[in-house]
Design a protein around this ligand. Structure first.
Ligand SMILES: Nc1ncnc2c1ncn2[C@@H]1O[C@H](COP(=O)(O)OP(=O)(O)O)[C@@H](O)[C@H]1O
Ligand SMILES: *[C@@H]1O[C@H](CO)[C@@H](O)[C@H](O)[C@H]1NC(C)=O
Ligand SMILES: *[C@@H]1O[C@H](CO)[C@@H](O)[C@H](O)[C@H]1NC(C)=O
Ligand SMILES: *[C@@H]1O[C@H](CO)[C@@H](O)[C@H](O)[C@H]1NC(C)=O
Ligand SMILES: *[C@@H]1O[C@H](CO)[C@@H](O)[C@H](O)[C@H]1NC(C)=O
Ligand SMILES: *[C@@H]1O[C@H](CO)[C@@H](O)[C@H](O)[C@H]1NC(C)=O
Ligand SMILES: *[C@@H]1O[C@H](CO)[C@@H](O)[C@H](O)[C@H]1NC(C)=O
Ligand SMILES: *[C@@H]1O[C@H](CO)[C@@H](O)[C@H](O)[C@H]1NC(C)=O
Ligand SMILES: *[C@@H]1O[C@H](CO)[C@@H](O)[C@H](O)[C@H]1NC(C)=O
Ligand SMILES: [Mg+2]
Length: 519
């Protein structure tokens, strides 16, 4: 789909009439470009295969061999006895070895007169054998990527690129690398690094010059070739010839693969777009880049930190708003407040919302988030859970008491070691603040005092006589006489003192005041 695939074939009736005439690609401007090989018509042999991702794997195991051919032969001369015209090719490849630093044998791009390379040997990179190595009747040209040092071929090392003419004894070879365009310095590369690289090979038919370039994948074609040798390929190559790749492995499991390939007669090979190439397989220990070595621990640490913070925040939230809730409390549902609501109402029990400190704990001013109702929250610490059910039942029962001289008890909330009682907020504070005028509240005149005393009396009367049960206040004192917005006296803490004194582990510090009533 991606390739420019310009095949000149005989017309179909001609094929029917002359079925023995092999179709030859002889178009002057023939070219192709493959990014991966999915759906590409290649002739494969040996262990060569195209993976579902489109990667051409020539070998993928120990002791194996593979070839991949462009399916039709190419006319290199254009006419039967003409000279070989200019051609240009490029391919992206990678050699992945299971073991770090060792691999066998290598891979090559080749031009050969036949598709039948079955009689080749692994040591000869799947190109030749001991019987025909160096024989001019091979009519073969190859660019080898050699990862094994064979003494019989006078290999320079186990990591070189070579130009081969009819022989594995290279015409010219150089260690793998490239010349930097800017500085001109030579940069080493390792064929078996597992990293993808790109090869460019150009043959100029007029000057009979062969140039081979190599660079890491993603780099532009270097200006200075790695190998450059004059050789008249018209004296070597047959008309027509096949082009393709060969690779072999020895005892070490190695994947020789081609990611992309382009070729052109009489012009530069189409540029390979590296972003369109298939991904390389992961093999053995991942080749780690320096960047990864630095960023991975940082990324891991950051990840752990973030996850940890999130968990801590989550747990803190869970813990911060955690409540005690038991089955029996279902009955008291409407009287139960969530701690979260009370927490937000009092802005997290801030000191500035503190209304006062009593015998059992602190009282905070607040505003319920939803109803905007002003409340006073009394935080009472308690340790024992014994009798809690009865106590809450009492709270709820008292909460049903409604009289204009009583402070309405709205509900409660329970946490571990803590009980919260929620009252209507009394905007004018408690009577003690006026009588002892600590914080400069105006003292009361006799009319107001009488009104307050009457209010207290009405409240007590209601508690004693008008409710279905007799409620004994037991803690009538100025701080329990609260004043609403109209300066009506309202009794607070009624009925709870006994219960609290009995059940709150912190103890009851307030004494039974003179005003306490008993029956
Ligand atoms: N519903 C309320 N509205 C306004 N202020 C209140 C309310 N309930 C209590 N207070 C204030 O909180 C203070 C402490 O109350 P409390 O814990 O009942 O202790 P005590 O009654 O022993 O002084 C009271 O003196 C009063 O000023
Ligand atoms: C080569 O093929 C291309 C595309 O099919 C065509 O445009 C061109 O004319 C052909 N050239 C020759 C010399 O046949
Ligand atoms: C090697 O080939 C086998 C099948 O022969 C395949 O399952 C495996 O995925 C290949 N390995 C890689 C890395 O592509
Ligand atoms: C591949 O190309 C060969 C040679 O041209 C041809 O015989 C074969 O039918 C092609 N196969 C497909 C699947 O196109
Ligand atoms: C090509 O060369 C061969 C021998 O080298 C010769 O027999 C043949 O006639 C030549 N063909 C043409 C078209 O020149
Ligand atoms: C390939 O060549 C060998 C000899 O080199 C021969 O035995 C074999 O039959 C040939 N195979 C094909 C498919 O032509
Ligand atoms: C080269 O190969 C040809 C054909 O296979 C054979 O006849 C010839 O003897 C070989 N030459 C040498 C030097 O081995
Ligand atoms: C490149 O490789 C050659 C041969 O292996 C070695 O002598 C040279 O020191 C290497 N250069 C660098 C920069 O590593
Ligand atoms: C290359 O070889 C062919 C065939 O031997 C010959 O016709 C041609 O002149 C040679 N080219 C050069 C530049 O020597
Ligand atoms: Mg009180």
């Amino acid at each position: 789909k991606e390739h420019i695939f310009l095949l000149l074939r005989p017309a179909i009736p001609l094929l029917v009439l002359l079925p023995l005439v092999a179709s030859t690609t002889s178009n002057d401007s023939f070219s192709f470009l493959y990014h991966g090989f999915s759906g590409v018509n290649l002739t494969l042999d040996g262990n060569a295969m195209v993976t579902p991702d489109g990667l051409l794997e020539l070998t993928n195991d120990t002791i194996n061999l593979g070839h991949a051919f462009y399916p039709t032969p190419l006319s290199l001369s254009g006419s039967p006895n003409g000279t070989v015209r200019s051609f240009s090719l490029s391919f992206a490849f990678a050699i992945l070895s299971v073991h770090d630093g060792i691999s066998a044998d290598g891979m090559a791009f080749f031009v050969a007169p036949t598709k039948n390379l079955s009689n080749t040997w692994a040591q000869y990179m799947g190109l030749l054998n001991s019987g025909n190595n160096g024989n001019a009747s091979n009519h073969m040209f190859a660019v080898e990527l050699d990862t094994t040092q064979n003494e019989e071929f006078q290999d320079m090392d186990n990591n070189h690129v070579g130009i081969d003419i009819n022989s594995l004894n290279s015409l010219q070879a150089y260690r793998t690398g490239y010349y930097d365009d800017g500085s001109g310095s030579f940069n080493n590369l390792t064929l078996i690094s597992g990293k993808a690289m790109q090869v460019w090979a150009d043959y100029d038919g007029e000057s009979t010059q062969i140039n081979v370039f190599l660079a890491p994948l993603g780099f532009a074609k270097p200006v200075r070739p790695l190998l450059s040798s004059p050789y008249n390929l018209s004296t070597v190559l047959r008309e027509p010839s096949y082009i393709g790749f060969a690779a072999t492995t020895g005892a070490i499991s190695t994947i020789h693969c081609v990611l992309g390939w382009s070729f052109a007669m009489n012009g530069p090979a189409p540029a390979i777009d590296t972003s369109k190439l298939p991904k390389l397989p992961r093999l053995g220990p991942e080749p780690r880049s320096k960047v990864l070595e630095i960023t991975l621990p940082i990324a891991t640490a950051t990840f752990v930190l973030v996850v940890g913070t999130v968990i801590i925040l989550f747990l803190r939230k869970r813990f911060r708003y955690r409540e005690l809730r038991e089955d029996w409390e279902v009955d008291f549902g409407p009287h139960r407040f969530s701690f979260k609501d009370l927490f937000h109402a009092t802005e997290g029990f801030k000191e500035k919302n503190l209304l006062g400190v009593g015998g059992f704990g602190k009282v905070y001013k607040g505003t319920l988030p939803k109803s905007k109702l002003k409340i006073a929250v009394k935080r009472v610490s308690h340790e024992s859970r014994q009798g809690m059910k009865e106590f809450i039942a009492e709270v709820v029962s008292i909460g049903r008491l409604r009289h204009r001289n009583l402070v309405p008890l709205l509900g409660y909330c329970r946490r571990k070691g803590e009980l919260l009682l929620v009252y209507d907020y009394m905007s004018n504070g408690s009577l003690n603040q006026y009588l002892y005028s600590e914080d400069g509240k105006p003292s009361l005149n006799w009319e107001e005092r009488l009104h307050i005393i009457k209010g207290v009396a009405f409240g007590l009367f209601y508690l004693h006589e008008k409710w279905e049960k007799v409620v004994i206040h037991r803690d009538v004192k100025p701080s329990n006489v609260l004043l609403d917005s109209e300066m009506n006296a309202r009794l607070g803490d009624f009925g709870l003192s006994r219960a609290l004194a009995q059940r709150i582990a912190h103890g009851y510090r307030g004494s039974e005041t003179a005003g306490s009533l008993r029956r």
